[in-house]
Design a protein around this ligand. Structure first.
Ligand SMILES: *[C@@H]1O[C@H](CO)[C@@H](O)[C@H](O)[C@H]1NC(C)=O
Ligand SMILES: *[C@@H]1O[C@H](CO)[C@@H](O)[C@H](O)[C@H]1NC(C)=O
Length: 264
């Protein structure tokens, strides 16, 4: 008993000392040269192979810091939007589970040779986000104040992620620190369900959810900032875990060192 507690503590210290990372080019990341004319094509293929490998293996062999991608877990997402009349909400999501990313199709992966930021276009056939919500505010002019379980179902989202990075050095490799991201998206259809919207008034809850779903196009427009931030937050944490564990050199063989890019 004591020994196992000691062991667990020891493992924890080792884990905290640093995320394990790859030191050899993995077969699932075809290397690309940013100076080559077909870089975007190569980089798109490379990103697709990486996501396919993660989906097939439920993570990446030897890299426990990268969790399975489908479903993807996010502890907390907080969105505050105000201003106009139709939408004025504060939404806190916790214990979020996002499903569907196992079927990611990478449409395009661009990397800027100026600052090594990325533009990534992805699509998924279907994305489901479930979680615990706390909601205060107005959606489509309806005043809301509730907490409970929430489901978003999004058909065929096409996502364009804009990701900022900062290069850093580790063990003689260049790594991406994924520092910030936002996204644009289009979708085919949105359905939502908020449980316990009105403190257990089931009739009002059902009619409000039905109203949202009948007016899903308007809802889609007014929830744009909420969805965009939710999707960006879900991806950002995941990309961070990948790129602290796989050197950027394996994706872009001619990437500069941080010193070369930023100076001293
Ligand atoms: C990555 O960036 C964040 C802030 O954006 C910073 O706190 C963190 O220390 C950086 N990590 C590395 C390894 O450079
Ligand atoms: C849903 O909202 C997004 C973001 O505003 C928009 O690009 C998309 O066209 C909308 N989809 C539909 C079907 O209205």
């Amino acid at each position: 008993m004591l020994l196992s507690i000691l062991l667990i503590n020891l493992l924890f210290v080792i884990a905290r000392a640093g995320v394990p990372y790859l030191t050899e080019q993995p077969s699932y990341v075809p290397p690309c040269r940013i100076k080559s004319p077909d870089f975007v094509k190569c980089s798109t293929r490379s990103a697709q192979k990486l996501f396919s490998e993660i989906s097939a293996k439920g993570g990446l062999p030897g890299l426990d810091s990268i969790p399975p991608i489908d479903p993807l877990r996010v502890n907390k997402i907080r969105v505050t939007q105000g201003g106009d009349n139709a939408l004025n909400i504060k939404l806190d999501l916790s214990k979020v589970l996002a499903s569907g990313f196992g079927k990611i199709k990478v449409i395009e992966s661009r990397v800027s040779s100026k600052d090594y930021s990325w533009v990534t276009k992805l699509s998924v056939p279907k994305m489901t986000i479930v979680g615990d919500y706390v909601l205060k505010g107005r959606i489509l002019l309806i005043p809301l104040n509730g907490k409970g379980k929430m489901t978003f179902q999004i058909d065929n989202p096409k996502i364009e992620m804009h990701t900022k990075t900062r290069l850093y050095e580790k063990g003689g490799f260049t790594f991406y620190n994924v520092t910030d991201g936002d996204c644009d998206y289009t979708i085919k259809k949105l359905s939502v369900n908020f449980e316990n919207l009105f403190n257990g008034n089931k009739e009002l809850e059902d009619s409000t959810n039905a109203f949202f779903n009948q007016n899903w196009q308007i809802l889609n427009d007014s929830l744009k900032p909420v969805l965009a931030q939710t999707i960006a937050d879900i991806f950002l944490g995941y990309l961070q875990s990948i790129f602290h564990a796989i050197p950027a050199n394996f994706f872009v063989t001619d990437i500069p060192t941080p010193k070369e890019l930023y100076g001293e």
